[in-house]
Ligand binder design. Structure first.
Ligand code: S3P
Length: 182
């Protein structure tokens, strides 16, 4: 299959861990947009935010999107803010099947706090982060399909995504087989 699978969602959605497991299940490679940025910059995401600010980081995401256009058949885990700008939903859709890993806000927030340093959480109250989440939801909702991860482990989420992709491929195949006799 040529198309990539693109995982989107807020911080704490599990994009990296699900991406790793999904890639293994499907025999694909995992590409992480944040890793592409840190590799190109030679410094960590918190260092980039501290030294250059958010606008610089978002411009680096644009460059990553241009490079991703060369990828085929990969699993792509995106940073939580990447889909949330004008034109980005279209750019992601052009890369492949976009999957939103959703969850209750409280679950996402607790997971995100546990999972290492995140510049978008620094200096923000829980209410600030909730407002950020609400403002981003409409962008995530443009995905092809959604998996609610609130009460699922990463492997269960990966299994659900693989299941949806399998049944979609089966339908496409059956449609193609039936088409000539119609
Ligand atoms: C960001 C999320 C981070 C990372 C950067 C900005 C955001 O990725 O891209 O710190 O704006 O939500 P994760 O979603 O993997 O934490």
């Amino acid at each position: 299959m040529d198309g990539n699978i693109v995982l989107v969602g807020f911080m704490g959605a599990g994009k990296s861990s699900v991406g790793r497991l999904l890639a293994r299940r499907l025999g694909r490679c995992l590409v992480e947009t944040d890793d592409m940025i840190t590799a190109a910059e030679g410094r960590s995401i918190p260092e980039i935010f501290a030294a250059e600010g958010e606008a610089y980081f978002r411009a680096a995401e644009d460059e990553v999107l241009r490079l991703l256009a060369l990828k085929r058949g990969e699993v792509i885990a995106t940073g939580g803010g990447l889909p949330c700008r004008e034109g980005r939903a279209e750019a992601l859709r052009a890369l492949g099947t976009v999957v939103w890993l959703s969850a209750d806000f409280e679950t996402l927030y607790e997971r995100a706090l546990r999972g290492g340093e995140r510049p978008m959480l620094a200096g923000r109250t829980r209410d600030d982060v909730r407002a950020l989440y609400r403002s981003r939801e409409p962008f995530y909702a443009r995905a092809a399909f959604t998996v609610d991860t609130t009460s699922l482990g990463p492997d269960q989420v990966a299994a659900r995504i693989a299941g949806v992709l399998r049944s979609r491929d089966r339908q496409t195949f059956e449609g193609a087989v039936q088409a000539p006799s119609e």
